[in-house]
Design a protein around this ligand. Sequence first.
Ligand code: HEC
Length: 122
Amino acid sequence: MYPFRFPHSLKPSICLIGACLCVGTMLITPPAHADNEALKKLMQSNNCMACHMIDKRKYGPQFNEIAEKYVGDASAVSKLAAKIKAGGSGVWGEDMMPPQPQVSDADAKTMAELILALTPGK
Ligand code: HEC
């Protein structure tokens, strides 16, 4: 005989389930797929089209290149959202992106998310 004791009661692990639900709702769900139409609308209404296109280099880097550059960078959304509002230079060359104070915080974050969700070639 093996000295093996079968547990008498299998209590449902309420704490574990609660923890999962809590963490689940706290996670920020990224867009499930790239929504190019929503991004284009925001680019138009926030005046980004003067310098950027999704799939062609204009004065500024194309958004596809930006998406590729930050693959796997967990802080990219907040970094790019801040850069969209404040502008800057030196990441893609000497050209300067002027500050865009007309962009709301919410739009800056949404655009950063949509840019990073781009999948070049689609
Ligand atoms: C006057 C031209 C101009 C306008 C208008 C402009 N940009 Fe830019 N943008 C640039 C340039 C130039 C760069 C490259 C800056 C650098 O090398 O750091 C850039 C870089 C970026 C980057 C990459 C930043 C990084 O650090 O990798 C993002 C994202 C971006 N722009 C988004 C936007 C959005 C969104 C708008 C509209 C709200 C916008 N830009 C409007 C010129 C512009």
